[in-house]
Design a protein around this ligand. Structure first.
Ligand code: OAD
Length: 252
């Protein structure tokens, strides 16, 4: 069912309000209303930058300084923005349901800034860094380091994001997979659902009996299989959903 405004049917909200186990996958779209560019929209990062150069180990080894500069540029943007009502509504949802798991493909840490307590970062994060040789981890103040830093062992230091061709952190993927299998409702929010294995999670959930809800102003690969497709920005849909759930619970 496609829903294009926030007048969600009462029966749907009543059903949702009574659920015990919710799992969520977010993508770049949830941060769009904070001013962070997505990847595959018309003006997205991958229309302006080359992922092979900037988001792969081969690209990094070919030009480490270029890759470092790009991540410093993105850190600068992320440092200057705030979580939006969509992030905040998800933080509130964590408190409303007995079992709630939030998996994100985003590296911007805006879910945590909004108050989400437990966030499974499938693609790592842009704040931490590690040495490609000895794996020691580092956190630097944003913007202060122009030249790519080196570890005391001599190795190059790179951001702790998952690049193309790399494995996702095993424990994070396992926990996300488990949550998908156990969810009664699975939300896919602000993701084009094109990058695997993250894109598999909503389908795993649905195959295990979850109601699949997509929130995205545009149609994606997932839209045709989603049980509910909320065609609107996450910053509008999520606060409205949370408000209605609270109203229904209060009236019960
Ligand atoms: P994409 O850029 O592929 O997709 C973003 C989605 O967000 C699109 O489907 C938009 O329609 C939707 N969108 C835009 N504004 C929105 C809003 N206000 N509310 C809800 N949805 C909105 O980003 P991801 O799916 O996150 O990987 O991309 C997945 C991965 O590809 C990223 O994690 C990144 C990238 O390569 C790595 O960097 C490893």
């Amino acid at each position: 069912m496609i829903i294009t405004d926030t007048h969600f049917p009462d029966e749907t909200i009543e059903l949702l309000a009574g659920m015990e186990s919710i799992a969520v996958l977010t993508g770049a779209g949830i941060s769009a209303e904070s001013g962070v560019a997505t990847f595959r929209d018309k003006d997205g990062l991958w229309s302006r930058f080359n992922p092979a150069e900037l988001a792969s180990m081969d690209g990094f080894l070919a030009n480490p300084q270029l890759v470092w500069d790009w991540y410093q540029y993105r850190r600068g943007i992320i440092d200057s923005v705030q979580p939006n009502p969509g992030h905040r509504a998800l933080a509130e949802m964590e408190e409303l349901f007995p079992r709630f798991t939030l998996s994100t493909q985003n590296v911007d840490r805006l879910h945590q800034s909004a108050g989400s307590r437990k966030v499974l970062e499938l693609h790592g994060n842009i704040i931490d860094n590690f040495c490609v040789d000895c794996r020691k981890t580092f956190e630097f103040p944003t913007g202060e380091i122009e030249e790519i830093p080196r570890c005391e062992c001599g190795g190059l230091i790179r951001p702790s994001v998952v690049w193309f061709g790399e494995m996702l952190p095993e424990d994070v993927l396992r926990a996300s997979d488990m949550a998908a299998r156990q969810a009664q409702v699975y939300f896919s929010i602000g993701t084009s659902a094109e990058v695997f294995p993250a894109a598999q999670l909503p389908l795993i959930a649905q195959n295990h009996g979850a109601v699949l809800v997509e929130i995205n102003p545009h149609e994606t690969q997932l839209s045709s299989v989603a049980d509910f497709s909320l065609r609107m920005p996450a910053g509008e849909a999520l606060p409205a959903l949370v408000e209605r759930i609270k109203q229904i619970r209060a009236a019960q």
